[in-house]
Design a protein around this ligand. Structure first.
Ligand code: G1P
Length: 295
């Protein structure tokens, strides 16, 4: 059973500057909560109980967000603000642990995941969620839960993929399906995967969107992986080695993604989540129609 997830949050978020100068990019607000809260919630809904943040000294606001704020809670209690208090207390359910480890040097995503090795161990499968990307999808069973189920049924590693415009393939890990590409909500074996290929060399338009179900056996492979694209230790390269040894599947998502690692991506996420928000949706839709006629 996959009960642990690794969330690499050590990166500086240069694409989100100046918003991310003094706060972590993962703390940028989408409607009424930070990006990272949606990602943790997605993991929790998929059955994850231990969230391992791979983090950096400058990003303690993330740990604070998931920690109990005793003084604030006592003050809300004294003022009788019970609804707000309940909302704060349910950010993380009682049976979910937030654990953090440090990535001492920015050596790449593969290296960040390797930093979680002492917490996960080499014998337990785990999920990886890259917190720049919001996955919006079917309720009550989200795409991550579907992919974790596929991992558990087949015992094969899974990479969540979606089709991206051809001219953007050089921004992602790109997969080569062995036969027919998987249908939505299905897995299919891979013949290869490559990190950020040149547009005319990409084996398909199916991109790895930042959700993975992997065995603990990836850790020794990561430890041996030399720097690759961008001179960084790439998770994609270690997964390609794993694929050659044991096989790896692509799992095609049903929902859609919002890339909150850049400004237009999080503005789009605000539009999508704001319009249907329980408390603010009606007011937000009114604002949208008021502004939509303007140039
Ligand atoms: C990382 C991964 C890449 C993946 C992407 C998804 O790249 O290395 O394989 O497709 O996330 O967002 P990054 O965006 O960190 O450069």
């Amino acid at each position: 059973m996959i009960r642990k997830a690794v969330l690499p949050v050590a990166g500086f978020g240069t694409r989100c500057l100046p918003a991310s100068k003094a706060i972590p990019k993962e703390m940028i607000t989408i409607v009424d909560r930070p990006v990272i809260q949606y990602v943790v919630q997605e993991a929790v809904e998929a059955g994850i109980r231990d969230i391992v943040l791979v983090t950096h000294a400058s990003k303690s606001a993330i740990e604070n967000h998931f920690d109990k704020h005793f003084e604030l809670e006592a003050s809300l209690e004294a003022k009788g603000k019970h609804e707000l208090l309940e909302e704060l207390r349910s950010i993380v359910p009682d049976d979910v642990n937030i654990i953090s480890v440090r990535q001492p040097e920015p050596l790449g995503l593969g290296h960040a995941v390797l930093c979680a090795r002492p917490v996960i161990g080499d014998d337990e499968p785990f999920a990886v969620l890259l917190p720049d990307v919001l996955v919006d999808g079917d309720q009550p069973r989200n795409d991550l839960a579907g992919m974790v189920e596929a991992f558990e049924a087949s015992g094969r590693s899974q990479l969540m993929v979606e089709e991206v415009p051809h001219e953007r393939v050089d921004k992602y890990g790109i997969v080569a399906p062995e036969g027919e590409p998987p249908a939505a909500g299905q897995a299919a074996p891979l013949a290869g995967l490559v990190e950020k290929p040149a547009v005319d060399e990409a084996p398909s338009d199916l991109a790895v969107i930042g959700r993975y179900a992997l065995p603990g056996a990836i850790f020794p492979l990561l430890a041996e992986t030399p720097p690759g694209a961008g001179d960084e230790i790439q998770l994609t390269d270690a997964i390609e080695t794993l694929r050659q040894q044991d096989g790896v599947d692509a799992w095609r998502m049903r929902g859609r993604t919002y890339d909150c690692g850049h400004q237009l991506g999080y503005l789009e996420a605000i539009l999508a989540y704001g319009r249907r928000h329980e408390r603010y949706g009606a007011g937000f839709r009114e604002l949208l129609s008021r502004y939509s006629g303007e140039e």
